[in-house]
Design a protein around this ligand. Structure first.
Ligand code: HEM
Length: 396
């Protein structure tokens, strides 16, 4: 499914992508040619993401222009992410308490134990070893699997589902639809199983809260569970792979510092999440349900809006230029890499914890870790909206 065309020029590493200077809202087009508005300044992007007059559900109304020709999980109208107002809140409430900083702090010891276990295994591997296959992928898969009470045999299927759930439109539509159907059947079966025999896992809790609350459809629950399974590991895996490439490839002097203390590793993780995008797609999409003034420009009701967090995260009114050069400095303002407003990333605290522990303990155990291949020889995962190294050969 993931083919590499040797005639295509290799894409730039994610940490080297260049962004234009942000400016006032202006007209643009989505990749398929649908007209939209581009919002790019930090304050304007925050406003769009926080203002309830910019929603997600309108993007999937029967008369809405198609956002993508290929079915994908992110465009499933039943997904929590695609609900607004009370419908969204009802679903978000089933999970809200599970992902608070306090809840995630309680998971820290077993997340750290998974990290250590993977590092023990890595240490035994012949060199060079693949840091994606040995670390960046299995860590978030093991974490989300434990949270959701999935057994080890589900792990391999998770990647297969993710590669289709986040299809970038280059894959065969029918094949994607088939895999998503199989994934949905897995989600439905998982829900049924946890209704029959609840446990201490997240799926059992979602089912219990949803049944108690009422008003949540089975299709919404299936999408919620499937969204968590893939969303809970794909972004973190992508970020960890790109972070390792950036740090070992171009900021090698920072590497030993990460191993000194967790706080330093946390600050570097935050900076990398802030500056290294997950994929080549531009913007978080919203639908204007009324005429709204943003940054002195009226965006008309019915408009599709692209809130470009990548541009906004480099807004010179808020962040100093070239901050990749000082990875250790704390962020000057909250990053938009986890979004903002009602759809603010539910897993942000979990992702930050995983990245912090992963970078800190990897650097502490392997202070002389280095890439076995040049950064420009990186082979990328293709076919999905997230992009990261397909493998990353490292030595020590
Ligand atoms: C570095 C890792 C991650 C990044 C950069 C990231 C980024 C984002 C962003 C930007 C959004 C909002 C999109 C928008 O408003 O248009 C979002 C939403 C979401 N994320 Fe994450 N995410 C990460 C990890 C995770 C993890 C580990 C989980 C789950 C365990 C997760 C679950 C979610 C969910 C459920 C939503 C939708 C929230 C809602 O609609 O209310 N994410 N994420």
């Amino acid at each position: 499914m993931m083919t590499i065309d040797p005639t295509e020029p290799a894409p730039e590493p994610m940490h080297r992508l260049r962004f234009e200077e942000p400016g006032p809202p202006c007209r643009t087009e989505l990749p398929g040619g649908t007209p939209a508005w581009l919002v790019s300044r930090y304050a304007d992007v925050r406003q769009v993401l926080c203002d309830p007059r910019f929603g997600r559900a309108g993007l999937y109304a029967p008369d809405a222009p198609a956002l993508s020709g290929v079915p994908e999980l992110v465009n499933d109208p039943d997904l929590m992410f695609n609900q607004d107002g009370p419908d969204h809140l009802r679903l978000r409430r089933t999970l809200r308490r599970a992902f608070t900083p306090r809840a995630v702090a309680r998971w820290r010891p077993w997340i750290a134990a998974i990290v250590e276990e993977l590092l023990d295994r890595l240490e035994e591997r012949p060199r060079p070893a693949d840091a994606v296959a040995e670390f960046a992928l299995p860590l978030p898969v093991a974490v989300i699997s434990r949270l959701m009470g999935l057994d080890a045999s589900t792990g391999d299927r998770l990647r297969h589902w993710s590669e289709h759930a986040f299809s970038d439109g280059t894959q065969e539509g029918e094949q994607v639809a088939g895999v998503l159907q199989e994934f949905g059947a897995f989600g439905a079966e998982l829900l049924a199983e946890r209704r029959r025999a609840p446990g201490p896992d997240l799926v059992s809790r979602v089912v219990a809260v949803a049944d108690e609350e009422g008003g949540v459809t089975e299709a919404q629950l299936v999408s919620l569970v499937c969204g968590l399974v893939v969303g809970g590991h794909d972004s973190t895996m992508t970020m960890l792979g790109n972070a390792l490439l950036c740090l070992l490839g171009e900021h090698r002097e920072t590497w030993p510092l990460l191993g000194v203390d967790e706080d330093t590793a946390g600050r570097v993780a935050d900076r990398l999440v802030h500056l290294v995008p997950l994929g080549d797609d531009r913007g978080s999409t919203r639908y204007a349900t009324a005429d709204v003034e943003v940054g002195g420009v009226t965006i008309p009701a019915g408009a599709i809006v692209l809130a470009d967090c990548g541009m906004a995260n480099r807004d010179p009114d808020v962040f100093p230029p070239d901050t990749l050069h000082d990875l250790l400095a704390p962020l000057e303002a909250p990053t938009l890499s986890f979004g903002a407003g009602p759809h603010y990333c539910l897993g942000a605290w979990l992702a930050r914890t995983e990245l912090q522990l992963a970078l800190h303990r990897l650097a502490a155990r392997f202070p002389d870790l280095r890439l076995a291949d040049p950064v420009d020889a990186t082979v990328w995962r293709t076919g999905t909206t997230s992009r990261s190294p397909r493998w990353l050969r490292v030595s020590w």
